[in-house]
Design a protein around this ligand. Sequence first.
Ligand code: C2E
Ligand code: MG
Ligand code: MG
Ligand code: MG
Length: 284
Amino acid sequence: NAKAAGGNGYRFFTPEMNEAAVARLSLEHSLRDGLEQNQFFLHYQPKIDLETMQPVGVEALIRWQHPEIGLVSPARFIPVAEETGMIVQIGEWVMRTALAQIREWEAKGFAPLPVAVNVSVRQITNPKFGERVVQLCAESGVSPELLELEITETAMMSNLAYIADTLNEVRGAGIRIAIDDFGTGYSSLSYLRRLPITTLKVDRSFVAEATTNADTAAIAATIIAMGRQLGLKVVAEGIETAEQLEFLRHHRCDELQGYYFSRPLPAAELEARFLRRAALAVAS
Ligand code: C2E
Ligand code: MG
Ligand code: MG
Ligand code: MG
């Protein structure tokens, strides 16, 4: 099967090849099959507004149901997809699916909720990325204000000058841009002024320790205060306990996400538990 064999048309294995390399090759091969055979799907995790305690957005998280292995964690396959370049096609699938889901919720009469999509550095460094995202929004008929891109701090830093134009293009179209896992990359803070960021997502490692470690608490509080002073929306991820919620309330973090509120859910379950009906339009 030449197609399944990948871009150059053949694959071979030698005894010298270490197991990891073989595993990676077969994973790449399976990722390709997975796309063709619709083995991927999205779960959605709500973001809760601190003041109203109501959902104000969701994050789309990819899931892979492999026919033999079962459910594979994105922590396992996204790095391989990034290394092999498969992330470009997978990322496009994620974007299309999330946009189609926004339209479906709209058609079902739910009030619109912004959807955040995780994006890898390998996607944004593609010079066509900005144009493509804007085009996908237009084709799907989704207002760009309903889309947010989450990019990890490490990914942003690795190619600062190169991705600035792309991010400006995307932001110029109205799409929001979040820094994911903020505080975990060893970065200079000056990039916060140089990139069109709208949202900071405080890494869950800070949330996890904020109530048990005084230094972590100080860092988390400082990140939240800094985000606010820069006019950014600050979202905390990984909230699991009422104590963590209280800490974030005290420091006035804008939005909250974590198992304490909800795990990432299949679309139907999110609808049932979190989505609200849109106000009825006045009949004409
Ligand atoms: P992330 O974007 O930082 O997403 C948050 C991760 O933390 C998710 O893991 C989520 O399920 C998990 N999480 C949420 N709340 C809690 C909590 O209270 N406690 C704990 N322990 N974990 C929580 P998930 O879904 O396994 O995704 C892992 C990572 O894989 C994501 O981290 C993101 O970097 C990447 N990823 C997921 N979907 C995509 C995608 O569509 N495209 C790309 N490029 N990367 C993705
Ligand atoms: Mg994320
Ligand atoms: Mg994160
Ligand atoms: Mg993460």
